[in-house]
Design a protein around this ligand. Structure first.
Ligand code: ATP
Length: 240
């Protein structure tokens, strides 16, 4: 179980990005994090993955725990080793390297035996990555690149996968495909934190959701309950 408690984050002196965020990601659950631009979604993911410092952010209060282990003071590599792996917004795959080389890079800190197992899983989830293994990653379509980014993260067999806007810029059909894959990843026992602007997609995929507003959790609950909430309908689902 990943737990975030009373999390306060600042960038420099002037920007308070999170003010007391609490949330829990149950084992093998999918938690959606919704919110408009600037609400603090990326900041939350950066804090969990340990990359906040790279963006000059600091945790001023609160904590993040994976089970009993406090991870908010650890560096990104240690957090990956503990099983929390992020897929950053904009995918950031190595475009000049082949698809296979990208996957290999994702499994670098695991044993050879684990790598073989993880690779099999990734190829089953994304057959296109097996078919196009030797191709340069930069030649893949946007949707395939997103699949590669998720596949690369799965190569380290994470307990918790952090996805930052996986639907960004993708056609509806591809978004549907990615949604199915996220469900499958979850069914295989990996927890997922899904940050999305696409609330329809996120609430369809996730069991639970939180809505961030200017650095605070404004709403939290089961996805189907939140889908019916008037505020969520009005603000995020295009209702009136
Ligand atoms: P978006 O969907 O636009 O990425 P978000 O919900 O992910 O939005 P954050 O990127 O976490 O929001 O930003 C939260 C607040 O922190 C915003 O006010 C933003 O301007 C500010 N912020 C984010 N990154 C930095 C940074 N590196 N330095 C200073 N302020 C930042």
């Amino acid at each position: 179980m990943l737990n975030v408690r009373d999390l306060h984050v600042r960038y420099g002196r002037s920007v308070a990005a999170l003010h007391g965020v609490d949330l829990a990601v149950p084992d093998d659950g999918v938690l959606a994090v919704l919110g408009s631009n600037g609400a603090g979604k990326s900041t939350l993911l950066r804090t969990i993955s340990g990359t906040l410092k790279l963006h000059r952010g600091v945790v001023t209060r609160g904590e993040v725990r994976l089970g009993e282990t406090r991870i908010d003071k650890l560096d990104p590599a240690s957090i990956v080793r503990l099983g929390v792996v992020g897929v950053p917004e904009g995918r950031q795959i190595f475009t000049r390297m082949s698809v296979d080389e990208n996957l290999r890079a994702g499994g670098i800190s695991t044993s050879a035996e684990q790598r073989v197992k993880a690779r099999k899983r990734v190829h089953e989830l994304f057959p296109v990555l097996a078919e196009r293994g030797r191709q340069r990653a930069g030649l893949l379509s946007g949707g395939e690149q997103q699949m590669l980014a998720i596949g690369r993260a799965l190569m380290s067999a994470p307990q918790v996968l952090l996805l930052d806007e996986p639907s960004l810029g993708l056609a509806p059909k591809v978004v549907e495909q990615i949604s199915g894959i996220i469900r499958e990843i979850h069914a295989q026992g990996t927890s997922v934190v899904l940050v999305e602007q696409n609330a329809v997609m996120a609430l369809n995929v996730a069991d639970h959701a939180v809505v961030l507003e200017v650095g605070r959790v404004a709403l939290a609950g089961k996805s189907d309950e939140l889908s019916r909430s008037e505020d969520v309908q009005r603000l995020y689902l295009g209702g009136h």
